[in-house]
Design a protein around this ligand. Structure first.
Ligand SMILES: Cc1cc2nc3c(=O)[nH]c(=O)nc-3n(C[C@H](O)[C@H](O)[C@H](O)COP(=O)(O)O)c2cc1C
Length: 447
């Protein structure tokens, strides 16, 4: 990432000071190489075909880059995939629906990488049952490796090039029908994949995704969840290569000048906060087309399947030179989001179908890969019974209300009540940040 000249000029003397005191060296050394190393080491030097495939699977897209995968390799010829309970998103993903989608992306990537070496994998999803309404200690999948049983998939060629493109897209470059058809076909046909580049619908979705983004930012507890996961600058990114990485020379300069801190990003009166909002508005406003995935229900199997399909779409978009950017806010299950959740399901859902993923499409600038924890840190012996349980969603206190199928077109009343009481009890952003400062957020995944 290069330092944006216009932005630098706006910063004036202060930036010049930081950059000349160590200037060139500072710019040259801001790439978090250690955090990006898994992109270089994927596929290199693994005799065990499971590790070989896993070294690619950890590059899968996943919500907030939490990398919730934990792998147990103790049984020969197979692996067991678990969700790390420390890596869920209780506020924006209260039923771990998106986390399971991310694990579906992981499994599809595992499958493509194994096939590249001739191994077919047999995936047994939720071998001990589907956890509802929240994930628990039970495995997400058991995966068996069978030698000499699979042919490579051409999409695999895109794995190391794939990105989530969060930049503004080129509004002078439409996305044509042919590209959209190829994209939808890449999903494999198991799930309903739909697309649009129709002017009116694109304009409606631009507006809706922006409004939904605003809700997430203006709701203290959901925004605080993101603030906690921000990694500001190289040192933080390398210490915790997950979450929302705000790196590169420009952002790091702002951070070093004290112009971008967690406090300023969280403070609605600050320039950093307002510029953040403007940036999101610009980004959502440059969508040139959309793609979405629907499932007939909202079971854990539906969610895994949606993830597998999303990974294929992301790889196909890469092959087509298209930027793809999920915009999940309007699909999220908390009370403040209800109007947008209802509106988007009425517009795109149809006959009780559940929207699992929505992404904007367009032609954008090249973007850097995002950080990853090394594979070794995601392997563990199965210690689940001793690990703490995943925190139950605070949205719904009763089992029925927190059903993963809540809501259909609207959130259930008790879900709303639970959320209201949580909102009133929830601390303000600044109180939360104080608490956060006392909490070690740069934790190693295993202790
Ligand atoms: C289920 C799911 C939901 C996501 N939602 C969003 C989103 O709302 N906004 C966004 O910018 N990225 C979203 N992402 C993309 C992740 O942030 C991204 O995959 C992660 O940061 C890793 O980056 P990479 O895909 O470039 O490797 C989502 C990804 C998944 C799998």
């Amino acid at each position: 990432m290069t330092l944006d000249r216009r932005s630098l000029l706006k910063l004036g003397g202060a930036a010049a000071l930081v950059l000349t005191a160590g200037g060139g060296t500072f710019l040259m050394t801001r790439t978090p190489n250690r955090a990006l190393a898994p992109w270089q080491s994927a596929g290199n030097g693994y005799a065990d075909p499971r590790l070989q495939a896993l070294s690619y699977a950890i590059l899968a897209p996943n919500p907030h880059n939490r990398q919730p995968w934990l792998i147990d390799l103790r049984r020969e010829g197979e692996l067991t995939l678990y969700c790390d309970p420390d890596r869920v998103l209780p506020e924006t993903d209260p039923f771990q629906r998106q986390i399971v989608i991310g694990l579906g992306c992981f499994l599809e990537l595992l499958s493509l990488a194994a096939a590249e070496r001739g191994f077919a994998i047999e995936i047994v999803p939720f071998p001990d049952g589907q956890p509802e309404p929240n994930l628990d200690a039970r495995p997400i999948a058991r995966v068996h490796f069978r030698a000499a049983a699979a042919a490579p998939d051409p999409l695999f060629r895109q794995v190391l090039e794939r990105r989530t493109n969060k930049e503004p897209f080129d509004t002078s470059r439409p996305v044509d029908e042919a590209a959209l058809e190829q994209l939808a076909a890449a999903g494999g046909g198991a799930l309903a994949v739909q697309t649009t580049n129709e002017t009116k619908l694109v304009a409606w979705l631009r507006q809706l995704t922006w409004q939904a983004m605003k809700i997430e930012i203006e709701t203290p507890r959901t925004y605080l969840e993101s603030i906690r996961l921000m990694r500001l600058g190289k040192t933080e990114i390398e210490a915790s290569p997950d979450g929302i990485d705000l790196g590169g020379p420009f952002l790091e300069t702002l951070s070093k000048l004290g112009l971008m801190t967690r406090q300023s990003l969280a403070d609605p009166q600050s320039t950093a906060y307002r510029q953040g909002l403007d940036m999101f508005r610009e980004i959502t406003g440059t969508a040139m087309a959309y793609v979405w995935i629907k499932t007939p229900g909202n079971s854990r199997l539906d969610q895994l399947a949606a993830g597998r399909t999303w990974l294929r779409l992301n790889l196909k978009a890469t092959e087509l030179g298209l930027g793809l950017h999920p915009l999940s806010q309007a699909l999220q299950e908390y009370a403040e989001m209800e109007p947008h959740f209802g509106a988007i399901h009425s517009q795109l859902g149809g006959s009780g179908q559940r929207l699992q993923m929505l992404g904007r499409l367009g032609y954008g600038p090249e973007v850097d890969p995002s950080p990853r924890w090394p594979l070794e840190t995601r392997l563990q012996e199965a210690k689940w019974p001793k690990r703490p349980k995943i925190r139950r969603s605070s949205r719904c206190s009763t089992r029925s209300a927190s059903s993963n199928n809540c809501p259909g077109s609207a959130l259930k009343e008790c879900c709303r009540r639970a959320s209201r009481s949580l909102t009133s009890a929830s601390s303000t952003i600044s109180r939360g940040l104080e608490a956060n400062a006392r909490r070690p957020i740069w934790r190693e995944p295993f202790r």
